[in-house]
Design a protein around this ligand. Structure first.
Ligand code: PMP
Length: 297
């Protein structure tokens, strides 16, 4: 597997960066998670927009333009002969002396890792997932906006650890004032009283690309959908629930904190949206070209 570091395609074992990179020392950088299906990258524009918005929010000047980054992603996939893949582009602040200030760094680095995708087992999509609420709260927007996909994911990692400690695969993080924010790396939807609801992102969720696609599918299916604050009570008493994310796609959720949601089985609306989303991922996207030539920024 070849990894792209600043335009150089290096074998995985040789793909290394300095221990003085501020991405490692301070989590100073941003990243994305993207999928390719059958030779086409799903919603690459939206992912690139989010990557560059994250960079802007942390005042990191990307070392290449958005269109050059797009070309580099496609080139890396082609070089690895991948048609179905998980793609991890990232920007780090770059190599620098010890000390927090980015002025100590030379220039930002970009990295593109492409890999095979590891999904939840088939049974999870068929039978659904049990969630719990964990003690760690979602980052407060005023301290570090959860809309930034930064290289510091400790908030989410702690929640994931806490879920594991209690035997759960996934968890819900609440906002400071006790509303449902999202899962550790996925957005959450519920169907309640016939309406499809997901928390508004200003409350502390990432603006998920899959979330957006599901809202589009809901509108095409003439489902009433809304971005509305949700409490745990709303989830407990929902008819259906599911998580959305690039890696996970749509995963049915069948319980929260030991309370079965609806019938305790994946519901019909969830299944319909899963089928719709699958069709959407197969429908189009940026084609992975055979070109291995480097495009200069
Ligand atoms: N929330 C968080 C915290 C995430 O890291 C992700 C995955 N990138 C998501 C939600 C889902 O977003 P997307 O559908 O764009 O993958």
């Amino acid at each position: 597997m070849l990894v792209n570091i600043d335009g150089k395609l290096l074998p995985k074992e040789k793909a290394m960066i300095s221990v003085f990179d501020h991405g490692l020392l301070y989590g100073d950088g941003v990243f994305e998670g993207i999928r390719a299906y059958n030779g086409k990258v799903f919603r690459l524009t939206q992912h690139l927009d989010r990557l560059y918005d994250s960079a802007k929010a942390i005042l990191l000047q990307p070392p290449l333009t958005k269109s050059a980054m797009r070309a580099e992603i496609l080139r890396t996939l082609a070089a690895n002969g991948l048609k179905d893949a998980y793609i991890r582009p990232l920007f780090t602040r770059g190599q620098g002396d010890l000390g927090l200030s980015p002025t100590l760094c030379g220039k930002p680095t970009y990295i593109i890792i492409t890999d095979l995708i590891r999904l939840y087992p088939d049974a999870t999509y068929r039978d659904g997932l049990a969630l719990i609420t964990v003690p760690t709260r979602r980052n407060v927007s005023e301290a570090l906006s959860p809309k930034i996909k930064s290289l510091n994911y400790l908030n989410n990692i702690l929640a994931k650890i806490e879920a594991g400690q209690r035997g759960a695969l996934e968890a819900i993080l609440l906002t400071q004032d006790g509303y449902v924010a999202e899962c550790t790396a996925d957005n959450l939807f519920i169907l309640r009283k016939g309406r499809l609801l997901t928390p508004p992102t200003w409350q502390g969720a990432l603006e998920g690309v899959t979330r957006e696609a599901v809202l589009e599918l809901a509108s095409q299916a003439r489902l009433v959908a809304a971005e509305e604050p949700i409490t745990r009570y709303d989830v407990y008493t929902a008819q259906e629930a599911f998580m959305t994310g690039t890696a996970a796609e749509i995963v049915p959720v069948i319980s929260l904190d030991g309370r079965a949601i609806g019938s305790g089985l994946p519901g019909p609306v969830t299944k319909k949206l899963m089928a719709g989303f699958r069709a959407l991922t197969r429908a189009g996207g940026d084609a992975i070209s055979a070109s291995r030539r480097r495009v200069r920024p």
